[in-house]
Design a protein around this ligand. Sequence first.
Ligand code: IDP
Ligand code: MG
Length: 139
Amino acid sequence: MSGNITFTMIKPDAVKNGYIGKILDQIISNGYQIRAMKYIHLSTEKAGEFYAIHRERPFFNDLVSFMTSGPIVAAVLEKENAVADFRTLIGATDPSKAETGTIRSLYAKSIDANAIHGSDSDENAAIEASFFFSAFERF
Ligand code: IDP
Ligand code: MG
């Protein structure tokens, strides 16, 4: 299965702004199958753990408080070449630099509230999927 799975979160800004349906539609129409999905409100502890890799970065505290500011949708997605293709579909971290038509260019307003997460490697996709979904523990 390596290479076919990625992990995503529709972030609190996009949930609040009513974009869950539009974003999921764009994901599905780009060939992804949803393998697991949940709507949850992250605790500070869980958000800090998920983003532990960014602990030393200046925006870490803002990132954790943003990610706990409202509910999110977490999902595992399957498609050939899932990780790289999904990064293309969501666009650059800073939505002002994201390609036209990408999810961040359409639905995000700033680098900190940028609508959606996508794993950056197969290894992290497996770690992130198993962080949220026990069925993906062995990926
Ligand atoms: P990515 O989400 O495109 O992979 P990362 O560099 O992994 O970007 O950063 C994780 C998240 O941290 C970003 O999606 C964004 O929400 C936030 N972030 C990244 N860089 C900045 C910044 O310079 N200021 C504020 N928030 C940032
Ligand atoms: Mg990242």
